[in-house]
Design a protein around this ligand. Structure first.
Ligand code: ZN
Length: 208
């Protein structure tokens, strides 16, 4: 929803409710780990009141361990943190699961996929960033396909139930190839919200 109209989040929620979207993806930025600042708990709580889909919260913040309980209470169903921000990623995963919600881990495009190996068995999802975290509307990094393949073989070996999500530059042209490489969850921001008919775009992305 980074590309949604923030002046009208209720109608955005209603559009998502009546669409084929499975989840609503929230990008939380702190102005420290990433240069941009987006939104936090009050916005999440506000959207939670109207949105019936699972809230998939991607936190681009330092010290993620400090805020997990608040994100869970504000309505997150999946909470994904950056490996780069965690002193002890295993501890963060445990804290998320203690809240009774799903845990995801993510890395920026310049971090080797292999750093995730110790955590694959413990997480419900890996989010592979296909742009650098921090802004909406960026162009998909083509080298991401090799990274997805590497991650997919690691997941097949260690935890086949773990989902693969990609975030950044997803559009109707690259969606079929992403699914073919084993991606389960596509995050689409500007592709959906800048489309003439966002609901149709969601349906098209899901049925490529
Ligand atoms: Zn995101």
């Amino acid at each position: 929803m980074l590309s949604a109209d923030f002046g009208n989040l209720q109608s955005m929620s209603e559009m998502i409710n009546s669409s084929q979207a499975d989840w609503l993806h929230f990008d939380v930025m702190d102005g420290v780990f990433v240069p941009n600042i987006s939104f936090g708990f009050p916005v999440l709580e506000g959207v939670r009141k109207h949105c019936r889909k699972m809230l998939d919260v991607h936190i681009m913040i330092v010290h993620p361990e400090k805020y997990i309980e608040r994100f869970a209470k504000a309505g997150a169903g999946m909470l994904t943190f950056h490996y780069e921000t965690a002193e002890d990623p295993q501890q963060v995963i445990n804290l998320i699961h203690v809240q009774g919600i799903k845990a995801g881990i993510t890395i920026n495009p310049d971090i080797p996929v292999s750093v995730l190996e110790p955590y694959i068995k413990q997480v419900d999802m890996v989010l592979l960033m296909t742009v650098f975290a921090g802004y909406g509307g960026q162009q998909f990094i083509e080298e991401s396909y090799q990274r997805i393949d590497e991650l997919k073989s690691m997941i097949d070996r260690l935890n086949p139930n773990c989902l693969i999500e990609v975030d950044g530059g997803v559009n109707i042209e690259n969606a079929p190839r992403l699914f073919a490489h084993g991606v389960n969850v596509l995050v689409a921001g500007s592709t959906v919200f800048n489309a003439p008919d966002p609901k149709k775009m969601i349906a098209d992305l899901k049925n490529v």
